[in-house]
Design a protein around this ligand. Structure first.
Ligand SMILES: Cc1ncc(COP(=O)(O)O)c(C=O)c1O
Ligand SMILES: N[C@@H](CCSC[C@H](N)C(=O)O)C(=O)O
Length: 455
């Protein structure tokens, strides 16, 4: 069964009263039957039925057994749990982690903490450049864990996940490959199928989608790895609270419709930023560059498409000037876009990573890693696309990025610019169908007719 169907299904649980919606077990303790030697629950740190239902649902998303899934209190807790369980537990040598050089600021902070305070060795390399990655890997005596994230947050670089995994499995099968799949979610990419050992997500993002809980999920390739992960969850008490697990189960049911609309909006915005909104001719913003893996102009568009089922809904653009970027993000003209960290939510968010989500990376380190300080990140929600375009355009006009000529402002305020020059419905549809199915709508229909089940 396709996960789009199974994660909505009510067959997740068998409630004694036949409740259609999953029950919430808001209980710390469970009565112990001393005569039974296989009682599932005694204490919620060790296990809770609502959390177990969530494990089952995530298992359906990733195609693994419920026992290979663990839900924890945040995405960072997920990474911490994996590292404690699989990397730091080795006492015979200095644990070594090889990670990317464009990764979420909090992950970088945790790896830096391990290096500076916990005697671990962490090395960063541009994982989107396979040759550089390979050289870095081979120069290290022993690597316990390779940590990858694709597309990277926030620069949207693509890592050749299948190639890296194949290489590691060949030259160093004992090295764990850990993938942060937050930017894609299990619906768009399943790194376990590509051979990863452990996949985790900040479920705070797409999986939940409503910015009302913090959560992380860890999915293990084998039961042996899952048992190591479970040991740490139980020992440290990092398991997700029942109410949050319940909310996450609910959020997951709409994952695919949210993601579809979010990607649709992101596709249109990215193409518009790149081609139609007049940036190229803008003398005020000569350094403008759009970064989105859904754009054919992205240098790794084909690579991304080869192992993912969609482009996701995070894009970014450089303006060429930090001052200009600050003016856009802080513009009072922004009414729909909210200046907020995070992504994957139904609401659209705009941010300046250098002073928000990635501020915890030392400015000198950001410089060494060519982190563009003027980068603006857009995390696209499910709102009406024209409202999103108009709002952004108004902020750019306000910030002085775009020159307003003639009737442009009139058109802008009346929505004509957005509808007419950005795209008729047809244009919009083509862009998303093109990406997902490799051709315009007519071809899609042909393809669908072949795929349809003959009744
Ligand atoms: C790619 C990525 N991984 C992990 C995390 C950590 O997740 P959380 O905030 O749920 O701890 C975040 C954001 O916070 C993220 O963007
Ligand atoms: N102040 C927070 C910032 C969280 S950023 C959250 C998210 N991953 C993103 O990329 O926007 C911190 O210090 O962690």
């Amino acid at each position: 069964m396709n996960p789009k169907t199974s994660i909505v299904s009510n067959s997740l649980h068998r409630d004694q009263h036949g409740a259609s919606v999953q029950p919430l077990y808001m209980s710390t303790t469970f009565k112990v039957d001393l005569k039974s030697d296989n009682q599932e629950y005694d204490y919620s740190r060790s296990g809770n039925p609502t959390r177990s239902l969530l494990h089952k649902q995530i298992g359906r998303l990733y195609g693994v057994a419920q026992s290979q899934v663990h839900a924890v209190s945040s995405g960072m807790t997920a990474l911490d749990t994996i590292i404690r369980g699989l990397v730091l537990s080795s006492s015979s040598h200095v644990p070594t982690i090889l990670a990317g050089d464009d990764l979420y600021g909090g992950s970088d902070r945790l790896l830096t903490f391990l290096r500076t305070r916990c005697h671990a060795r962490t090395v960063n390399v541009d994982t989107s450049d396979f040759e550089r990655f390979q050289t870095a890997f081979l120069s290290l005596e022993r690597v316990d864990c390779v940590h990858i994230e694709s597309p990277t947050n926030p620069m949207c670089k693509v890592v050749d996940v299948p190639r890296i995994i194949a290489f590691i499995k060949k030259v160093s099968p004992q090295t764990y490959v850990v993938v942060d799949n937050t930017m894609m979610s299990g619906l768009l990419c399943n790194p376990l199928r590509l051979g990863a050992d452990v996949v985790y997500e900040s479920a705070t993002k797409f999986l939940n989608g409503h910015h009302d809980i913090m959560a992380g999920i860890i999915v293990s390739r084998s039961q042996q790895i899952a048992d190591e992960v479970y040991f740490v969850c139980n020992a440290t008490g990092s398991g997700l609270a029942p109410m949050d697990a319940w909310l996450l189960i609910r959020g997951l049911k709409t994952l695919h419709v949210r993601l579809y609309q979010q990607q649709f909006n992101a596709m249109v915005l990215a193409e518009w930023l790149e081609q139609s909104c007049g940036f190229q001719e803008s003398p005020q913003a000569p350094g403008l560059r759009t970064r989105y893996v859904g754009l054919k102009s992205h240098p790794q568009f084909d690579l991304h498409k080869s192992f993912n089922d969609g482009p996701g809904a995070v894009l970014a653009f450089d303006t060429g000037s930090l001052d200009l970027s600050r003016r856009i993000v802080s513009s009072r003209a922004l009414k729909v876009w909210s200046v907020t960290v995070s992504f994957g939510c139904v609401n659209s968010l705009i941010s300046l990573p250098c002073s928000m989500s990635h501020a915890s990376i030392d400015p000198d380190v950001r410089k060494q890693r060519d982190f563009p300080e003027d980068l603006i990140r857009l995390c696209v929600g499910i709102e009406d696309i024209v409202d999103l375009q108009q709002d952004l355009l108004a902020a750019m006009v306000d910030a002085g990025v775009l020159e307003v000529r003639g009737d442009m402002i009139h058109n802008l305020l009346n929505g004509h610019t957005a509808r007419n020059t950005i795209g008729s419905e047809k244009y919009i549809q083509h862009s998303i169908y093109d990406l997902f199915y490799g051709g315009p709508q007519e071809k899609l229909e042909q393809k669908l007719s072949h795929r349809a089940i003959k009744l």
